[in-house]
Design a binder for this molecule. Structure first.
Ligand code: XIL
Length: 374
């Protein structure tokens, strides 16, 4: 793997005259700019072929390039809450223990994924009794306080609410909790207020996937409206999590970016003008509108990533960049949206054989070119 990286980055000078300098890892490049680089990771049985800390090949990538981690699924209600009265922390605790042992900070993802399909099945049919608003509030407050309380100052940034805005019409989704409480706003506000109390030292993030590709204007408008509402109501929200599940729009990344950049900057300007920070929480790339040829796809994905990061890293409010997986081998994209023409998706900086791709070099170059954070 490291040999592959040296070839890719290109060692200068001959081996005889100059010792080969190890290329700097993404976390080192980020640190030089006052930033952090991270990735999602999973739980897995020891040695299992998964994107897990217990897979030595995957753990090596995390340790090489990451200064921050996030659990791909293991902190979600679906993972932590087998029922309304139970918590199961076994897997997430094991991940935290490994991260702690390696001195790697972890972000919390997430305290409330505000869509029925991403909440546990039991929750949608839960009997909230004679005083449903009080019962729903209790359930939510108990969840947020228990999770935040358990990890204390070990987790310093939470996606408190995930994906509450319906991209179809910019409205807020309803869940069993919000129906019982009377409104989605009441539910989201309570999640943030409880998180602030239970984790006073943590950055509290609203996380969503409104992106810069065509077709997302309504989603962005809904997110802006939600963020404005938080300000008006005095809800403690510190930053917008920009998931950054990017989608290429063809081979010519530069032309695409020239088209998308203006509106995207206007969105980010509005967000930051309200005083919100920015976090790239889930970066990966879907290689759409590209031929099957691997070299062509990898080049276009790298160029698109570089252009996107150049725009994003220009905002000093952005300090943390997290990938949604280090290698194509375990990326969720293959299951979520496979290519219609069948070749395997290539959404991540390392390929399925753990070799760095042009996307890796693009991220490294974007970090190297980024302005330094004070
Ligand atoms: C995804 C995981 O990667 C999948 O394994 C799981 O089946 C569904 O969730 N936005 C988010 C993440 O906030 O939690 C999602 O993760 C990807 C989209």
């Amino acid at each position: 793997m490291l040999a592959g990286l040296a070839v890719l980055v290109g060692a200068r000078g001959s081996a005889a005259s100059e010792p080969e300098v190890a290329p700097r890892s993404l976390k080192q490049l980020a640190a030089a700019k006052g930033m952090r680089m991270g990735s999602s990771f999973a739980w897995g049985a020891q040695g299992a072929d998964r994107g897990s800390f217990a897979n030595p090949a995957y753990a090596a990538l995390l340790m090489r390039d990451c200064s921050l981690l996030v659990a791909e699924n293991e902190m979600k209600w679906q993972a932590l809450r087998p029922s309304a009265t139970q918590f199961d922390f076994a897997r997430f605790d094991a991940m935290m223990a490994w991260a702690d042992a390696n001195a790697l900070p972890v972000r919390g993802h997430n305290l409330l994924w505000h869509q029925p399909k991403w909440m546990p099945r039991w929750e949608e049919t839960h009997d909230f009794g004679a005083t449903p608003a009080r019962a729903a509030e209790r359930l939510l407050v108990d969840h947020v306080s228990t999770v935040c309380g358990r990890y204390g100052s070990r987790i310093r940034s939470y996606d408190v609410v995930n994906e509450a805005v319906d991209p179809k019409d910019a409205s807020l989704y309803q869940t069993a909790l919000s129906r019982a409480m009377g409104s989605p706003e009441a539910t989201l506000d309570l999640a943030f207020r409880t998180a602030r109390r239970a984790a006073p030292q943590a950055q509290l993030v609203y996380n969503d996937y409104m992106s810069w590709e065509p077709g997302n204007a309504t989603h962005r408008a809904g997110v802006l409206k939600l963020l404005e509402g938080f300000k008006t109501r005095g809800v403690p929200v510190d930053a917008l999590g920009v998931q950054s599940h990017l989608v290429t729009q063809g081979i010519d990344a530069r032309a695409t970016i020239a088209e998308l950049e203006g509106e995207w900057r206007r969105f980010l300007d509005e967000v930051t003008a309200m005083g919100y920070g920015l976090v790239i929480t889930e970066l990966d790339v879907r290689d759409n509108s590209l031929p099957a040829d691997v070299a062509v796809r990898d080049r276009a994905v790298a160029d698109f990533t570089r252009g996107y990061l150049d725009v994003m890293l220009a905002y000093p409010q952005l300090r943390d960049v997290l990938l949604w997986g280090m290698t194509d081998r375990y990326s969720w994209i293959e299951g979520f949206e496979p290519r219609k023409d069948k070749p395997r998706r290539r959404p991540c900086p390392y390929d399925a054989a753990f070799k760095p791709k042009p996307m890796y070099t693009a991220i490294a170059a974007a970090l190297a070119a980024a302005p330094h954070r004070a």
